[in-house]
Every structure is written in structure tokens, then in C-alpha cells.
Design a protein around this ligand. Structure first.
Ligand code: NAD
Length: 465
């Protein structure tokens, strides 16, 4: 345990930080592309230079292994920065559009412009990645940003402050604090709010933003199903499912939350899952330096209570001292117990079986739209059936988590799992307003639009035939 508590900020401190950013943005310093690129390059350097400090904080807060922390919190950001630097010129260019027949002689184009001062609110589970990934989009699009890290991972929150000490506060300000600080921030006249976190707090954010009509992106959570069909490659599927379920000890927004396995392959899949867990973490996961811990006592107690929501078929052990729970398979008593209605966010995996895909589809559609969905199958018909008939943020066929790692795929939820998306060009467009401009010709003037035109209506009807 770290013992660090993050103090709340006063209203004056919060207002001063926002005023400073308003002034900085107003100076126009964030607009030139060269300045944006310089900020992104500096961000990359800061991440590289502080790698060991970041890894240590993530270990202290979440017991993340060096491999996992580097890949999911640093590597992914360096890739995103490189991709953005490579493509920024083309994303930021005004884009010509076609001319409608009624607008003959004119030209149309769209210019992306920054929103202005943005607020980025981050959660605790990937506390570096989920604070900095949106920031890359904000800076690339020419915004300033106030970043509010989660108070639940205080070591990482501290490191985030240190990372940005050499940046001008008017450009990037890491404002540490908890719920009260966030509430003060949500009272401020931001130009954009990017929130990652839980559904209930997402609603609070949207309600606050609606008072000033501030546009928002909400990256939320929920229960992401994982479907293993009878024709799947079971041993590969089990490995990839266990990887996605147990990364960060299950505390991943897009982790497979519960399993739907075809009744014909249930037993074999469970055996393969056990084998995969054993290969990854050995006989004693708590002894493995690759196995994380639950972030705090509150979440640990919540997870432990799920163990009585059904029959434990694998694992089920826990350590009160280290806040760890074994990789667990659980047959839920019903689909209405908490482990089947709340987002699990831990290494407990409820197992449901099905005989026909119709059962899976009707179950998934009866629940809020998930952030992710994973399907393991060898059949393109099954793939089409699921991807065309179920609504979810995004997902993978024959893998888990990996759709979040590519900058070519926008990432985000739908319905209760979120509003908007980011990564790659989508991060740039999320933090940009696209101004539409029509440039009219002065070489001639169509008189049919004017009120005194005698046959204007006739001409228009003919044009639109
Ligand atoms: P959270 O919603 O509790 O907290 C997120 C942020 O909101 C924190 O910075 C916190 O200080 C602030 N906050 C908390 N309560 C608040 C309140 N009452 N008023 C104002 N601000 C408040 O989320 P969390 O526990 O940090 O993260 C876990 C959740 O985030 C899970 O639901 C998970 O699925 C989701 N998540 C989603 C994504 C995604 O990309 N879609 C990624 C990671 C986590």
C-alpha cells in the first residue's frame, strides 16, 4: 500500500488553472502545426526518459509487471505518437468537398479547428495510457488540456505531474485531486470534455457538460461478452481469452466480462482455459510476478462477494493481505445475480452455455450495449451473424483486446458503453471542430434564388429532378 493521499484542489486553484489555459489558447500558440508536432515529440521523449519511474509507480499501484506495464501503458502511447506525427499534416489539411448541382461555380471545403481548452478525466486501471492517449489527440488538434488523473492510483498520479513539469502550464496542466476536484472542474467553461470511467460518473459528467452545452466524449464500461463457438480452435481461443481476461488482473474496460461457450465444447474449453492460466502464471498465480492485484480494498471486497454468486468450478482462492483473487471460473446461480448484472472488473469469469446462437443474441440484446464483444469461430457465417446483428462498441474475431492496440481502428462504445471514439485519426477528429466553408464565385450570379426571379422555382424544380 502506498499510503499517499491526493489532496483536493480549491475552487481558486481550479479557476486559475482554467484561466491560464484560456489565455494560452487565446494567444494562438497551439495552432501552428510545427508547435503541435514539437509538443508531441517532447511528450514521446518524456515518456522514454521516465520509463523506469512510470514502471515503478504502476507496480506500486497495481502490481503491474514490467512486460505488461511497458506494452499497455508506454509502448501503445509511443506508437500512437509516431502514427500521429506521420499523419498530422494530412489530417490537418482543409478537405475539399464536391459541389452540388445547385451550387455550380462555388467550391466547398472543411477546415479542422481546435475546440480550445479541453478537460481530460482519467480512470485508475491504465492510469498512464488513459490519461495520455486522449492528450495526444488534444495536442495534435491544437487544444490545451487539463488532465485529471485518478486519485485511486496515487503513485501514478504523482508521476503524471512530474512528467509535465517542463511543459507550460497553459498548455498541459496535470491537476491532481479526487471527486471534489473533479466536481469543481466540471463547473468550468471548458470547450471539450473527454471522460474515461464508469457509467454512473459518465452520466454526472454529461449532465454537468449539458449546462454549458460542452461537447463530450464518454469512454465508459460495461459487460463485454466472449462467445466461444463449437467450431473454434479451442486451445488457441482459451489462450487468447485468458490473456484478455487476466491482463491487469481483469481490471480492463474491454476485458471479456462473461463467457458464452457452446455446450458441445464447454468441458474441453474449460480444460484448455486452465492449461493457459497454468502456462501464464504457474501453479500459484499469487507467486507469479506476472499476476496483478486488485487496486484497493473496496474493489477486492466487491469481487470476493461475487464468489458466492454461483458454483466455483476453477480457482476461487484469494489473499486478503495482497488483495489478489485467483483466476476463477464460476457457474452463476442465475443471470440476475450481481456477477451477471454488474461490470466485474476482476479475474472472475462466469461461464454460461448455449445451444444455438439465437440464445446468445437474445441475451446480449436484452442487456445494455457492450463496449466490446469477442467471438471465437472458424465460420464466416457465424462471424457475419454476430457482427451484423449485435450492437457493441468494437471487438475481435478470434482474439481479445487487440482491437484497441491499432491506431487504424477507432475505439469507443455505443449506448451505455460510451459516446464518441478515439485513437489515430479519430483522436484528431474528436478534438477538432470541422468548419464547413462555401466559397462562392463572383464570375456570375444565378438569379433564380432571388425573390424577384420570375421562373426561379421552375428552374430549381428542373435542377432537382
Ligand atoms: P470512475 O468513474 O469511478 O472514475 C473516473 C474519474 O472520475 C476519476 O478521475 C474520478 O476521480 C472521477 N470521479 C469519480 N466519482 C466522481 C463523481 N461522483 N463526480 C465527479 N467525478 C468523479 O471510474 P474508475 O473506477 O476510475 O474506472 C473504472 C471504470 O472505467 C470501469 O467502469 C471501466 O469499464 C471504465 N473504463 C472505461 C474505459 C474505456 O476506454 N471505455 C477504459 C478504462 C476504464
Amino acid at each position: 500500500m502506498s499510503g499517499i493521499t491526493i489532496p483536493e484542489k480549491s475552487k481558486e486553484e481550479v479557476t486559475a488553472a482554467v484561466d491560464l489555459q484560456k489565455a494560452y489558447y487565446g494567444s494562438g500558440k497551439t495552432r501552428p502545426l510545427e508547435a503541435r508536432k514539437a509538443h508531441l515529440k517532447k511528450l514521446g521523449e518524456v515518456l522514454r526518459e521516465n520509463e523506469s519511474k512510470i514502471l515503478k509507480a504502476l507496480h506500486d499501484d497495481l502490481n503491474k509487471s514490467e512486460r505488461e506495464a511497458y506494452t499497455t501503458e508506454i509502448g501503445i502511447l509511443l506508437e500512437e505518437i509516431n502514427f500521429t506525427l506521420k499523419n498530422l499534416d494530412s489530417w490537418a489539411k482543409p478537405k475539399k468537398v464536391k459541389t452540388a448541382v445547385t451550387h455550380f461555380g462555388s467550391k466547398g471545403y472543411r477546415i479542422p479547428e481546435p475546440y480550445g481548452v479541453s478537460l481530460i478525466i482519467a480512470p485508475w486501471n491504465y492510469p498512464i495510457q488513459l490519461a495520455i492517449s486522449p492528450l495526444i489527440g488534444a495536442l495534435a488538434a491544437g487544444n490545451t488540456a487539463i488532465l485529471k488523473p485518478s486519485e485511486i492510483t496515487p503513485n501514478t498520479s504523482r508521476v503524471l505531474v512530474e512528467l509535465f513539469e517542463d511543459f507550460e502550464k497553459g498548455l498541459i496542466h496535470v491537476l491532481e485531486g479526487g471527486v471534489e476536484t473533479n466536481q469543481l472542474l466540471l463547473d468550468q467553461p471548458f470547450d471539450y470534455i473527454f471522460f474515461t470511467g464508469s457509467v454512473p460518473v459518465g452520466k454526472i459528467v454529461m449532465e454537468a457538460a449539458s449546462k454549458r452545452l460542452i461537447p463530450v466524449t464518454l469512454e465508459l464500461g460495461g459487460k463485454s461478452p466472449c462467445i466461444v463457438h463449437e467450431d473454434a480452435d479451442l486451445s488457441l481461443a482459451a489462450k487468447r481469452v485468458a490473456f484478455g481476461k487476466l491482463a491487469n488482473s481483469g481490471q480492463t474496460c474491454i476485458a471479456p466480462d462473461y463467457l458464452f461457450v457452446h455446450e458441445n465444447v464447454k468441458e474441453s474449453f474449460i480444460e484448455e482455459y486452465k492449461k493457459a492460466v497454468h502456462e501464464f502464471y504457474g501453479n500459484e498465480p499469487f507467486q507469479s510476478d506476472q499476476y496483478g492485484k486488485v487496486v484497493n480494498k473496496r474493489h477486492y471486497t466487491r469481487l470476493k462477494s461475487y464468489l458466492s454468486d454461483g458454483e466455483v468450478i476453477y480457482g476461487g482462492g484469494f489473499s486478503d493481505e495482497n488483495l489478489q483473487i485467483q483466476p476463477t471460473l464460476l457457474k452463476p446461480r442465475s443471470t440476475e445475480v450481481p456477477v451477471m448484472t454488474e461490470e466485474i472488473f476482476g479475474p472472475i469469469f462466469p461461464v454460461l452455455t448455449y445451444g444455438s446462437l439465437e440464445e446468445v443474441k437474445s441475451f446480449v440484446t436484452s442487456r445494455p450495449k457492450p463496449l466490446a464483444l469477442y467471438l471465437f469461430t472458424g465460420s464466416e457465417n457465424v462471424e457475419r451473424d454476430i457482427t451484423e446483428n449485435l450492437s457493441f462498441g468494437g471487438g475481435c474475431i478470434n482474439d481479445t483486446l487487440m482491437h484497441i492496440v491499432t491506431p487504424h481502428l477507432p475505439f469507443g462504445g455505443v449506448g451505455e458503453s460510451g459516446i464518441g471514439s478515439y485513437h489515430g485519426e479519430s483522436s484528431f477528429s474528436t478534438f477538432s471542430h470541422y468548419k464547413s466553408i462555401l466559397k462562392q464565385t463572383t464570375r456570375f450570379d444565378f438569379s433564380f434564388k432571388y425573390p424577384n426571379s420570375k421562373n426561379g422555382l421552375k428552374i430549381l424544380r428542373r435542377l432537382l429532378k
